[in-house]
Structures are given as structure tokens and as C-alpha cells.
Design a binder for this molecule. Sequence first.
Ligand SMILES: Cc1cc2nc3c(=O)[nH]c(=O)nc-3n(C[C@H](O)[C@H](O)[C@H](O)COP(=O)(O)OP(=O)(O)OC[C@H]3O[C@@H](n4cnc5c(N)ncnc54)[C@H](O)[C@@H]3O)c2cc1C
Length: 416
Amino acid sequence: MTYAAVPALRARPELAEVYEPLLTSRSYDFGLRVPTEKRGIIAGMSMTEKQGGSDVRANTTRAVPAGEPGLYALTGHKWFTSAPMSDVFLTLAQAPGGLSCFLVPRVLPDGTRNAIRLQRLKDKLGNRSNASSEIEYEGALGRLVGEEGRGVATIIRMVNMTRLDCAVSSASGMRLGLVQAVHHATHRSAFGARLVDQPLMRNVLADLAVEAEAATLAALRLAGAVDRAARGDAEEEQVRRLGLAVTKYWVCKRAPAHAAEALECLGGNGYVEDSGLPRLYRESPLPSIWEGSGNVAALDVLRAMARQPQAVEAYFAEVDWGAGADRRLDAAVAGLRKELAGLGDPDAAAYGARRLVERLALVFQGSLLVRHGHPAVADAFCASRLDGDRGLAFGTLPAGVDTASIIERSGPEAAV
Ligand SMILES: Cc1cc2nc3c(=O)[nH]c(=O)nc-3n(C[C@H](O)[C@H](O)[C@H](O)COP(=O)(O)OP(=O)(O)OC[C@H]3O[C@@H](n4cnc5c(N)ncnc54)[C@H](O)[C@@H]3O)c2cc1C
């Protein structure tokens, strides 16, 4: 959230000038002090209210002008605010001109505590190292970021960055689970042979590897797009727009199933905390909830396609770089174009959004793999994700896949 706050703050250049060097500093100054007097600070994000998580426009926290231009007093309740020890929070509240974004410090310039009351820490499924809290703003002072009434447009700049994090963290979680699974299967024997040499386990491990590699390629392609877009590349901004929503949905959605399967590769030991996999498993559903839960991410794709046809063009220009490399990919791209041309009634489109977004994500990943992935991984991906008949569980790759090459490059010793 600290780095993601930077693009949002740029909507108010005089605030960015002061806070950007602190947010991007490589050293953090601990303690409850005035943020601008520190060497480095961290930022949180305070949007979600009881009645408004996905639908932040339902937020009721109020912001009233507090004397100085740009200064407001915020009053209201936030149901989720993580990292409540942050020095500053980007907070959404209803100003006279509509929902707006504010920079709210924990300590005011005169050294007194701002009126932010921490009511409770959440008792969560996982993600324990990140404290999440319920807080009450009781006339807390904050500075307007961006224009009044443009709160969503302002904070979305932050959310776009944290959405990328969701995809990157899900992809890296998959890699972590995969490495553990391959390691265990390489050193554990059952029924007289190492697990890694047994055909069905090879199918499972190779399938987990294919998923992890596809997720990583998509996440890193988008990380590049985000960087290039930030430097003013308009085409990459369009790739980012659709690609990130699609990938956030799909990669995060796949993470819990992947974690569960990787855990099972260790048998009973995978279910025990010592293996580290229970923590990965508990963490895995979270990125799909954060920053636009599954349905919200899928609907965001429909919105992007309706409002920004350039983003659809950029998506197809991107996947077309893989044209001709694999007939199954080519057929999937053609099928997708046909599907998009037939999108009609908005309710029907919304009803089918997950299926469509899944397809968009798979084609995106397939195109990246045929260009940049290991040939065996690309082949396995196209055979299992874009073509033919595949089972629903991991470990249902069709016959003919080169599992040896895939597994060989997936263990802890393999260079990625
Ligand atoms: C560990 C953790 C930390 C968090 N930290 C923060 C934080 O620091 N700051 C912050 O502001 N928030 C934070 N959140 C809150 C999080 O961003 C919200 O929980 C999330 O945005 C979903 O909102 P909600 O909980 O109100 O669910 P709802 O909006 O009620 O959604 C419930 C379900 O309905 C679906 N849904 C919503 N709208 C539609 C629709 N139109 N059509 C179909 N389905 C729909 C959603 O996809 C979801 O599955 C955190 C959450 C967690 C779990």
C-alpha cells in the first residue's frame, strides 16, 4: 500500500512533493511521530465500511471543510483498515461535492494524535502478519487528494497497483507450493519408488508447474505494462487495463486450488504447520477478495470492454504476437473473438462474466507461454487449458505431455 499510494497522491502535486520522497524512502522510521519529520513512512488504505466494501459509493463517512483550503474533518466508521500502524491513510469519505479521497495522518503537524480510534483487530483466517482493524474517525483531519467528488477515480490509481500485487503474490505463492511439492516428491518414496517417478504424481506436479508458470508470466508481463504505462506508454496502458483485471481475477482464483493440491503432495505433513503449507493455504484466498473480489473483478472486465474498446484491441494485439505458434491457441483466439462479437444483453453478459474472463485470461497466458515459456510447458498449457477434454482437478493433463521436462525445471534447485 505504501508504494501504491504514490500514484494516487500525484493527483494533488503539492502533497506528492512532500510525501513521495518519504513513501519511497528505503528506510523506515518507527514511532508515533509527525510523518513529515520522519525519514521514511508507510501508508494504509481506508475505504471499506460495513455497508460498502465493493460498493464504496455507499460509504457514509463524512468530510466537512475544516477552515483551511484543502483541510477537512472526517467522521465515520471503517470496517476494514489494514496496517493501522501506518503513518498516513488514503481514506474515502463523503465531502459536500461527493465521495472524495483524503490523506489522513496518524499524527498531526503539532505532534498530537489525529482522532482515529482503533476499535478492534480482526481475527482472520490467515494473513496474521498484517494487522487489519476496525477504526473510527472522530473528526480526524485530512487533506483532500484530487478533486471533491472524484474519490473513486483518485483511489483507483492506488487500487490498480495493489491489484498487480494480488496477481504477483498469488503467482509467487503458487511457485512456493510447487517447489515444496516437487522437493517432497523427489525425496519421498511410496510403494517402492520415488513419488516423483510415479506416473500419476508426475501428472499432478507437471500440472501445478504449468499453472505456476502461466501465472508468473502473466503477472510479470503486467508488471512491465504497469511500469511502461507509468512512463507514458499509451499502448501499454491499454494492455494493463484489460490484462490486469483479467489476470487479477483468474490467477487469484486459481491460487487456493493450487495451494491445496501442493499441500496434498506432502500428504499428512503438508497439513502440519511445520511444512509452511498451511500458512500458504490460509493466505491463498485473500488476494481474490482484496481489491475487487472475483465477481467485481470479472464485472470490471466487462466495464473496461464496454467503455474502452481500445483496451480490447490492445488485448488482441498482445495475444496475436503468439499467432501461428500453436493451432490450439489460434483456435481459442478465434473463438474468443466470436464470443465477444456476440456479447449482447448486459444482464446475460454479467451472468456469464466469469466464463468469459476465464477464457480471456487463459488465452492471454497461452500467448505468453508460446512466446516466452518452455516449449513443454506451452504445449501442456495449450493441450489442457485451451483444447480438448480435461478433468477439473489438477493432475488431469492429457497423455503425450512432456512431464519430465516440466518437472525438471520446477524443483527448488531449478533456475526459473
Ligand atoms: C484481510 C483483509 C484485509 C483488508 N484490508 C483492507 C484495507 O486495508 N482497507 C480497506 O479499505 N479494505 C480492506 N479490506 C476489505 C476488502 O477490500 C473488502 O472486504 C472487499 O473489497 C469486499 O468488500 P465486502 O467485504 O464489503 O464484500 P461485498 O461487497 O459485500 O461482496 C460480497 C460478495 O459479493 C460479490 N459482489 C459484490 N458486488 C457484486 C455484483 N455487482 N455482482 C455480483 N457479485 C457481487 C463480491 O464479489 C463478493 O464475493 C480487507 C479485507 C480483508 C479480508
